[in-house]
Structures are given as C-alpha cells and as structure tokens.
Design a binder for this molecule. Sequence first.
Ligand SMILES: Cc1cc2nc3c(=O)[nH]c(=O)nc-3n(C[C@H](O)[C@H](O)[C@H](O)COP(=O)(O)OP(=O)(O)OC[C@H]3O[C@@H](n4cnc5c(N)ncnc54)[C@H](O)[C@@H]3O)c2cc1C
Length: 547
Amino acid sequence: MSSFDTQVLIAGGGPVGLTVALELARHGVRCILVNDQRETALHPKANAINARSMEHFRRHGISTKIRAAGLPADYPTDVTYVTRLTGFEMARLSMPTSSDAVDQAKAGSGPYDCAEPPHRCNQMYLEAILHEATVAHALIDVRFGHRLEAFGDVDGGVIATVRNLANDQVYDVCADYLVGADGGRSYVRRQLGVLYDGEGGVVRQMMGGAMLATYFRAPRDRTWLQIAPSWQYWIVSPDLRALLLSVDGGDQFVLLSRIPDGADVDTIDDVELISRAAGVPVEAEIILRQPWTAGHALLAQSFGRDRVWLAGDAAHLFTPTGGLGMNTGIDDGVNLAWKLAAAVNGWGGPNLIATYETDRRPIGERNLAFAKSFAESIGTFDVSAEVERGSAAGQTERQRLGAHLADHGWREFIIPGIVLGVRYEGSPIIWPDGTPPTSDDPYNYIPTARPGSRAPHVWLDDGSALCDHFGAGFTLLRLAMDPPVDDLLLAAHERGVPVIVFAPGSDVVRERYEADLALVGPDGHVVWRGNETPTDCGALIDRIRGA
Ligand SMILES: Cc1cc2nc3c(=O)[nH]c(=O)nc-3n(C[C@H](O)[C@H](O)[C@H](O)COP(=O)(O)OP(=O)(O)OC[C@H]3O[C@@H](n4cnc5c(N)ncnc54)[C@H](O)[C@@H]3O)c2cc1C
C-alpha cells in the first residue's frame, strides 16, 4: 500500500477525468481528482455519447440514468439539412428515438451490435451524472475549485502543488501517478514538454476555423422552427453555415456557427444570428455564448511517461464531426486506468503502463482521421444563392446538394465500425492467434474475438449481456464443455493477477468467439483465445500483465 496521500492524482474533472476516477475506484484504487472549475460544464459541448462509452458506463451502473438524461426517450434523433429553419429541407437522416434504439439493440436489429446503442445526451448532463457518481464513491476524493499548479518527481511517485481557489491556499499532494485529463490546453502536457502533431484550426466554410456556440432558449413553435423535430439541423445557406442542436428536446438549443473571417466575436448579435438561421425573427433568450475553434486534428507526440500520463483532449484534439473527441477520451481513460491500477495493486509488470500509449495513440490517430474526413465533407463546399429560390433551378440545386448531404449524413452518423471496431493491433500485451485482421471498415463492424478486438457482444438467455458478466480484472470465458483451466488460473494466482471464470453456456457465444476459451481484459478487449490453455500459462499471464 502506498504511503503517499493518494494512489493517483487526476488533474481535470471533465468527462475523461471523471471516467478515469470511476474506473480506478472499480479496481479498488484511491484517487484525488482536482478540477479548476467549481462546477461541471454549464455550456453544451458534446452531444453524442457513442455505443462504446455507453458500454463503459453500463459497467458502472449509470447507463440507464444517462439514457434518461438528454433527449427524451421518444424524441427523434434525426439529422436534417435545411436552407433555413423555415426554409427547405434538403436531406434527412432518420435515426431511432432513444427508446427505439434500445429496442433495436435488444432485438439485434440496429447497426450497433452491442448492449448499449449510442445516446444523444449533452455533455453537461453527462458530466453532472459522472460527478454525482464520483462524489458518492468512498475511494474518490473530488475537489472541484482546486487547480494543479506544479508537479515534479518524488522518490517512487509525483509531488504536485494544488491551489484551493476558494481560499487561495496552496498544498502538496503526493501520489504514485498523475493523470493529466486537463483538456486541450493541458498544463500537464505542456509541463512534460509534449507537443501536438497534426493540423490546428484548418479553415473551412463550416467546422473549420473560428466558431461560436450560442446556447439559448426559445419556445418551440412553427413561427421559427418548421422543420420536423430533429436532433441536429444543419443550416446550409449562402450567407450562413450553422448547426442547431436540440439540447433537451424542448426549448433549449445550441447554435454552432462559423464566425465570418475577420469578424469580432464580441460584436456578433446572437439573436440576429439565430434569426438568420431561422429565416425569421426569433425571440431567443441567450443563456451562454462561447467562441471556440474547429478544424483541429492534433495528436500529442507522446501520451506520457513514467508516472505522468495524458488522456482525453490533453492527448488529442478533434473537430467534433463524428462525435469522437470525448468518446475517444473516455476509451483512453478506461485503457489507462486498469494499467495504473495493476501497477499500484502490485501485479502490473514493468512494461504495462507504456502499452497505454502503444494501444491508444494509434486509435487517436485513426479517429482523428475519420473526424477530419467528415469535417472536409460537410465543410468544404460553396452554397449558391440559387438554393433558396422557388424556381426550377433552385429545386435542381437543392436536389444536387441534398444528394451530397444525404450521403454525408449516414457516413458521419452511422459508424459502428469506428466505434466498436477498435482493436489493439500488435499490442505487446495481446497474445495473437495468427488469424488475419478483419477490415477496419467505419460502416461495417464485424464482430470478432480475434485477440486485440473489443470482446463481441451477445445477449444471453436470461436477458443479460455477456459483458455484464465481465469482472473488474480479467475474465476467462469457458465456452465449451470443461476445457481444463487450472494451469492458467494457477499462473494468474501466483502472479496476483485477478481472473474470474464465466461459462455462459451459450452456443451463440462459442460460435462468435470461435474458440473454447477466451480471456477478456479489464477494458473488455480480448487478450487471448484458444481451444486449450497454452503449454506455458505463466508466459501468457506474464505477457498480458506487461512483465
Ligand atoms: C461544440 C463542440 C461539440 C462537441 N461535440 C462532441 C461530440 O458530440 N462527441 C464527442 O465525443 N466530443 C465532442 N466534443 C469534444 C468534447 O467536448 C471534448 O473532447 C471533451 O470535453 C474532452 O474531455 P476532457 O475531459 O478530455 O477535457 P475537458 O472537457 O476540457 O475537461 C478538462 C477539465 O480540466 C480542467 N483543468 C484544466 N487545467 C486544469 C488544472 N491545471 N488543474 C485542474 N483542472 C484543470 C478544465 O477546467 C476542465 O474542467 C465537442 C466539442 C465542442 C467544442
């Protein structure tokens, strides 16, 4: 047991830092989380929690609560492309309501082959739920209104200087590890001397360059919103490129608009902007406004070292197309947390934590490329004045643009391969089985238990999901009649590696996993599979624990 103040210090209480805290606690690890803001986000940012993040939240027993937040269960999550909110609809991507998505997932008929389909819930609501869950956990010491101001090495750990912003008192925290989940301007990353690689602030007609987010309230009526209810309304007009998002399915919205080149954001009239998007004057009450920059595809050159690691926006900065920024960060947090936990709990090998970077940096690179391609597709075309005219030429132009937007829509929003097809190819802690990889197709997720892949989902006869039976440590799935596993369990036990055994008794699982035995890691990725345990089980266990 560590003699430090805590085992892990987390800087940053956004969605990623809060997820890291919950994951660590699940592994029995104590942490202190400091966040320089006094409250969770008051301004809408991410609007899409993807299926993988929802699976992670399911593990913490909060997915149902999250599903009850955000858009109401019966609200359509369609994406529409319009000239104005009182103008022409050029394309519509129909997507299920939240409750229909759950029904589809249960019936196995939706595009996402998983226990938890994606959910449209604003980051504001998500953060509040994550915050509540962390505060309620005895192992997590949540300190909002506290800022990390310095850190350095101390024998076997880190020493950090933290300021309590309420009373201006400065104090030290010693911890075994520090996680920098402190956002795009990450102090931790800069102190490590780690730079971002890639492109920043690429300018486009939309989703590139200076942007303004205007959070407002307006009565939902047909005087200004004539397009049938949608989750996202993309305004594609000659004088305005913007995105209106329904925040609560009621009277709260956020408008993301491109600030014209050279314009001073302080002089922009938000109500005029909303009215321009509508095509008529709107009586909007502005709640908050926030300038931000789109067009980033930035990846930290390193995800950390020794005792200090980066996760979330601190490690990669996305343009929000595809909804991948926060979600990639949450998946980072899950990968990092179990490795830190293994180290502080004494069974992690000396090479384990470094595999966080070898696993996750390529995923950051992959997802950044997808997000960028969506931004290019939605943000790099001109719109002629013709598109708003009632003439035959106007209709032709709307059809032409509508065809592009319809194609773009499904490509950006129905991406099961990107979300569920994450695999840790060549990871030093995965035991490969020699089978070739499935193609990494963004739109076609091929469930596979090939080592390195996310453990495929199966509904069991009792209505539970296979993943509901995974333990906090490793889970050995026994998928055939009694293949002997004692050697493997003994090797794990001798090394202190937590393994539980689960025999689902399901032919469907056996078929899907294509092996009699499969070992699933703490993050839900398969690390090994076979029809019998290896001759040298110690070598397998040493490999998966990074020895
Ligand atoms: C308009 C918009 C729409 C988006 N839509 C999506 C989407 O649909 N899906 C998606 O996945 N992503 C989306 N994103 C991206 C998403 O918002 C971010 O990726 C996400 O917030 C990153 O989470 P994080 O926890 O890494 O960082 P942050 O949310 O930035 O949290 C970092 C926290 O650390 C705190 N902090 C900073 N420095 C210190 C310090 N020294 N000490 C203590 N605390 C500190 C900050 O105050 C902050 O609270 C969107 C972003 C924008 C701007």
